[in-house]
Design a protein around this ligand. Structure first.
Ligand code: TRP
Ligand code: SF4
Length: 375
């Protein structure tokens, strides 16, 4: 690897470097995703190392190779706007659906109610208008997914969630989650049931499964896998696989967070608002233009570069060009932000047309599935 005169690695993929996550991987036994890279070259998140780790993903590769059934499962948190961070999970749903996986998606409305003070009706609205509509607009075929609200589902799920409580102790939960409360326990066991219940005999039966998550969800994955192994004699559950993706940084330099609109771009933001956020975003630029011409910028520290890297520039050659133009001082942040704004506005315009159409379809989808019955 080349280094520049300031000691930075010169590597267009540097902003997705695994080294920030190495500690987590070593401590909790997440394996590097590297060895699967070649198999999924056309997936941007894989190719660029954004999906950096996994547990047990070999099981999924096996199922794909043998054309055996497998499923992807994830849960959405219906407590705010659907933003670019959420798009990363949605893109993975579309990817797995195209690979032939069954897709299980739940709205974690009980978790939102218990842990985030949301009312259930609001959760329903956000689930439909923000999440499901955006999934559809991003290419997910809703007709083929298995979808449920944690608050309104089949009896096998609730029976199983209750059964799970038998094989976990309070001390264990305290060790994983710190302070524990009845609300937290129900949320956690709901999530374990979300992930495992498709393997119940009434649903698919024992099957390989994968949960794409950010590293923050790993405690849930570890507990779920432990519980799966403790119920072997009763349910013969296959331990779920997981993949781990890096988080984009927030536009304002902190974490990207649903409770801070300046930190994210929502897929329903008006292009004008989005451009404003890009204009205010932190960059890896220098204090003055002449300094930047001399020293070059640092894309590894730049939230604008993240937008290109994670979402806006599919073509690797173009990305590498931006990277080197920034590094060499050819590209100045003002210019670069204008270019990024342009790409973002085009993306949002196009997406929001699809979103509008999707919103109507989503209502039909929920209607058909009787999700609107009085709860
Ligand atoms: N706890 C997850 C979150 O905060 C939501 C969730 C609920 C989930 N059930 C799940 C995620 C099952 C993955 C799998 O976003
Ligand atoms: Fe970021 Fe672009 Fe500035 Fe480089 S030139 S630091 S990529 S905004």
């Amino acid at each position: 690897m080349n280094r520049d005169k300031f000691g930075y690695d010169i590597d267009p993929w540097g902003s997705a470097e695994v080294k920030d996550y190495r500690f987590l991987m070593e401590k909790f036994g997440i394996q590097p995703f590297e060895k699967f890279k070649k198999l999924f070259e056309d997936n941007l998140y894989v190719r660029r190392g954004i999906i950096f780790g996994h547990r047990d993903f070999d099981k999924i590769i096996d199922a794909i190779k043998k054309k055996e059934k497998f499923f992807m499962i994830t849960g959405l948190m219906p407590s705010g706007k659907f933003h670019l961070g959420h798009k990363m999970v949605a893109d993975q749903m579309v990817f797995y659906q195209k690979l032939g996986a069954k897709i299980f998606i739940c709205s974690a409305d009980i978790e939102a109610y218990l842990m985030r003070n949301m009312d259930l009706e609001m959760c329903r609205r956000i689930t439909a208008e923000e999440y499901l509509a955006n999934y559809m607009a991003l290419g997910l075929d809703l007709k083929k997914i298995n979808f449920w609200f944690q608050s309104n589902y089949r009896v096998e799920y609730y029976r199983f969630r209750d059964q799970l409580s038998k094989k976990v102790t309070l001390n264990e939960l305290r060790a994983i989650y710190g302070d524990i409360s009845p609300a937290k326990i129900i949320s956690v066991l709901s999530q374990c049931a979300d992930i495992l219940h498709p393997q119940l005999p009434e649903l698919l039966g024992p099957s390989p499964s994968v949960v794409p998550v950010g590293p923050d969800q790993d405690p849930h994955i570890r507990l779920t896998r432990d519980l799966a192994s403790r119920f072997q004699t009763e349910f013969r559950l296959i331990l779920p696989a997981a993949t781990y993706h890096k988080f984009m940084r927030g536009l304002d330099g902190g974490k990207m967070s649903s409770s801070k609109p300046s930190s994210y771009i929502a897929l329903s933001d008006k292009p004008k608002e989005a451009i404003q956020k890009i204009m205010n975003a932190i960059t890896g630029g220098r204090a003055t233009v002449s300094e930047q011409r001399d020293l070059g910028g640092v894309p590894e520290k730049c939230a604008v570069y993240d937008l290109y890297f994670y979402h806006l520039v599919e073509d690797d050659k173009k990305l590498v060009e931006i990277y080197h133009d920034c590094r060499s001082g050819n590209l100045i942040c003002g210019e670069c932000k204008a270019k990024c704004s342009d790409l973002m506005a085009k993306f949002l315009d196009k997406h929001q047309k699809k979103l509008l159409a999707a919103k109507e379809k989503v209502e039909e989808f929920l209607e058909e599935k009787n999700y609107n019955e009085k709860r």
